[in-house]
Ligand binder design. Structure first.
Ligand SMILES: Cc1cc2nc3c(=O)[nH]c(=O)nc-3n(C[C@H](O)[C@H](O)[C@H](O)COP(=O)(O)OP(=O)(O)OC[C@H]3O[C@@H](n4cnc5c(N)ncnc54)[C@H](O)[C@@H]3O)c2cc1C
Length: 296
């Protein structure tokens, strides 16, 4: 059994940044990750929107971030958190251990929603993307498609319409986005909404060339953005009465949830923008709030 003032669960951009601030603030955090540390960065190609590096590959950025932790003598543990309960302190069961912590920062990210089609995984970064803010710039003046009918899909389509010649929105049934977003989308003449369609096949050579729809119509595309229900990794928190909204953890301005001492940062929380830099920001805010409370 281990004991710590602060346990950080997940070593992606949010968790690594929180770890750096906690350590430099005088706390000795434990950071734990079920995979190699780095989070989504390890699965990302070129990143062009993280300041300070120009263009950098995801894994390289992860190595740079981890060096910050390493230089402070913090080494993430390789283990998976299975459950969290709370008495006076948090009791965290992992696959191999039990950790007692006064504070927790949950930084476990989210799984992206997939279509489950042939070659989908191998085309990520070669025409398939899960993030218009991240990759839209690569499709300037090109033709793109967005799959989905919720707020994320409509927001992605609007974002892309500023860059692309034409944007198709492929919606399985009805659009479920907020009215304000739908009205904004309707003002964009280069967004074409196709309702009642699903994608049967992704056409490609080295990169995406188009899609085949369930009605056998073929649409030529340079890029396909998937916005179909990403899911935060939170199953290990099911014993707690945590306030969620749309499946994401609700936090206050200090990144603290409705459970005192349980903070969350990055892609697991409900927020408007899911980016590396916003994840890092959330990690900083959570860490500094914990440091401030420890000093009281
Ligand atoms: C393909 C792709 C490309 C992207 N490109 C960009 C880009 O160009 N620019 C940009 O700003 N953003 C980009 N993003 C978004 C960005 O990667 C995320 O917003 C960011 O990584 C979120 O950081 P995080 O720390 O919250 O979570 P993550 O990076 O997802 O890290 C979560 C970590 O938690 C660990 N974990 C999960 N469950 C457990 C558990 N039970 N126990 C222990 N550990 C656990 C995971 O193994 C993982 O390492 C991209 C995302 C994707 C998917």
């Amino acid at each position: 059994m281990r004991r710590t003032k602060c346990l950080v669960i997940g070593a992606g951009p949010a968790g690594i940044t929180a770890g750096i601030y906690l350590k430099r603030g005088g706390l000795d955090p434990i950071i734990i990750d079920k995979n190699a540390p780095g989070g989504q960065l390890l699965k990302t190609g070129d990143i062009e929107n993280y300041p300070g590096f120009g263009v950098i590959s995801g894994p390289e950025l992860a190595i740079n971030m981890l060096k910050g932790l390493d230089d402070l003598g913090v080494k993430p543990l390789y283990d998976e958190v299975i459950s969290v309960t709370k008495n006076n302190e948090f009791i965290v069961k992992t696959k191999n251990d039990e950790i007692h912590a006064e504070h927790i920062i949950v930084c476990t990210g989210k799984e992206v929603g997939k279509l489950g089609l042939e070659d989908e995984d191998k085309l990520v970064g070669r025409g398939i993307s899960y993030c218009a803010t991240c990759d839209g710039f690569f499709y300037r003046d090109k033709i793109t498609g967005v799959v989905g009918g919720g707020n994320s899909a409509v927001s992605e389509a609007i974002y892309l319409s500023n860059l692309c010649e034409k944007v198709y929105l492929f919606v399985r049934s009805d659009i479920k986005a907020d009215n304000i977003l739908v009205s904004r989308m309707k003002e964009r003449e280069n967004i074409i909404v196709l309702k009642g369609v699903t994608i049967k096949k992704i056409n490609h050579d080295d990169t995406v060339t188009g899609v085949l729809l369930n009605n056998d119509e073929e649409v030529l595309l340079d890029g396909l953005f998937l916005a179909i229900g990403g899911k935060p990794n939170l199953s290990f928190l099911s014993d707690l009465n945590l306030d969620l909204d749309k499946g994401y953890i609700k936090v206050d301005k200090n990144m603290e949830s409705n459970i005192p001492g349980l903070y969350a940062a990055g892609d697991v929380i409900l927020k408007d923008f899911y980016q590396i830099i916003t994840a890092a920001n959330d990690g900083v805010v959570a860490a500094l709030d914990i440091i401030e409370k420890e000093g009281d």
